[in-house]
Design a protein around this ligand. Structure first.
Ligand code: GCO
Ligand code: MG
Length: 402
């Protein structure tokens, strides 16, 4: 089971994806997602220039040893580029191992802990009425959990609200979009949105909301309190995630459940939040947090502190990552919810997959391995396009978190 071939495939079927394909001497291939939105080529170079030369001839079965070799061997530990590159190798090796045994990956991870995984969809609208209509469309499709974002009166563009109906893709070609932000306007508006949503849809549906790292701790505490009557499933990324102490203050003031971690790449980013029980859901994800091997360690640590998972699953995570997340979600005990944004049709054509959605739940399918392939000929028809995530400024021009 020696690794005989390794290549990095960069394509843009609707948006950019970086995919690692490893093939063993006996002809088994595995895929890993290496997409880091807006910084894709940095990971492609890390893999091509520094990792691939180390993989030739390695035993594909030695997944943990390879992980440690790439992590400790680089000397420069952690960071999104490094950890995304390691994640891609790790995913591809798990895919190969499961395929070699003829089993879906979740069987290797301890087997299914549930029948299927609960997912949440993204509803966004320019106004409260539009958001109500968007949530209602998700419920009609069978979703049991919906994230609701709405345009804010007085602000031109808001995170989570697309210009047109359909898939929301914040990255723009060639240059970042600049958006304007006012925390005061936002804080006055959001409770009204959720009051209306609860009134329309009753207590049964799970409602979620993403603040996208924009508040100070005391502002977030105020928002958490104001939203308590509408019992959200979670309030996500209330403050920028690099300061765990910020969550202590929020926690002292509200019982609204908190989620964070889509930008985390290591167990060390998570440990204080877990140990001090400052959050309820951890959003670290397979592609940006070191792959399946590392994310399992994170989830097991979280389990000790009664924190559940809620893996990031926006469309900038490729179908390979989504499949890996679904196998992971199905297998671990402390699963909470999985984010799900369906990919564009062109993406699904490039990445045929076995996972499926039914009545608000997903299942990775029972194809051997991850259950995702890449059609390289189709991928080649969609060359890379430079794209950037937006930047956000306060009304006086000060650069703020986007
Ligand atoms: C989410 C996220 C995304 C990110 C995106 C950045 O909760 O799904 O916040 O929408 O903005 O993944 O690349
Ligand atoms: Mg988010």
């Amino acid at each position: 089971m020696k690794i005989a071939d390794a290549k990095v495939i960069v394509c843009s079927p609707g948006r950019n994806f970086v995919t690692l394909k490893l093939t063993t001497a006996d002809g088994i291939s595995g895929l890993g997602d290496a997409t880091l939105n807006g910084r894709e080529l940095a990971v492609a170079s890390y893999l091509n220039d520094h990792v691939l030369p180390l993989l030739a001839g390695r035993d594909a079965r030695r997944i943990e040893d390879t992980w440690q070799y790439l992590y400790k061997g680089a000397y420069w530990r952690r960071g999104p580029v490094t950890m995304t590159a390691i994640a891609a190798v790790d995913m591809a090796l798990w895919d190969i191992r499961a395929k070699s045994l003829g089993v879906p990956l979740y069987e290797l991870l301890g087997g299914a802990s549930r029948e299927a995984v609960l997912v949440y969809g993204h509803a966004g609208g320019a106004t409260i009425d539009d958001t109500v209509a968007a949530v209602s469309r998700f419920l009609q499709q069978g979703y049991q959990a919906v994230r609701a974002q709405s345009g804010i009166p007085g602000l031109d563009a808001t995170y989570g609200v697309g210009k047109a109906k359909g898939v929301y893709e914040p990255a723009t070609k060639d240059a970042p979009q600049e958006t304007a932000w006012s925390s005061a306007m936002y804080l006055n508006f959001v409770p009204e949105l959720f009051a209306r949503l609860r009134k329309e849809f009753g207590p049964g549906v799970h409602l979620l909301h993403d603040v996208h790292h924009r508040l100070t701790p005391i502002e977030a505490a105020r928002l958490g309190q104001a939203l308590e009557p509408y019992h959200l499933f979670w309030l996500e990324d209330p403050v920028p995630a690099e300061l765990p102490d910020g969550f202590r203050l929020i926690r002292q003031h509200t019982t609204t459940p908190l989620a964070v971690g889509e930008v985390f790449n290591s167990i060390y980013d998570c440990q204080q939040l877990l140990r001090e029980q400052l959050i309820d859901y951890l959003r670290a994800t397979v592609v940006h947090a070191g792959g399946i091997s590392h994310l399992r360690k994170i989830a097991h640590l979280a389990e000790l502190f009664h924190v559940r998972t809620g893996c990031h699953g926006a469309t900038d995570l490729s179908p390979v990552s989504l499949a890996a997340a679904l196998h992971f979600d199905l297998s671990i005990h402390n699963f909470g919810i999985q984010e799900y944004m369906p990919h564009a049709a062109a993406t699904d054509e490039v990445f045929p997959h076995a996972y499926r959605f039914r009545e608000g739940m997903m299942h990775p399918g029972d194809a051997p391995g991850l259950g995702v392939e890449i059609d390289e000929a189709k991928a080649a028809a969609f060359p890379y396009q430079r794209a950037y995530l937006p930047v956000n400024r306060l009304l006086d021009g000060t650069l703020h978190s986007w």
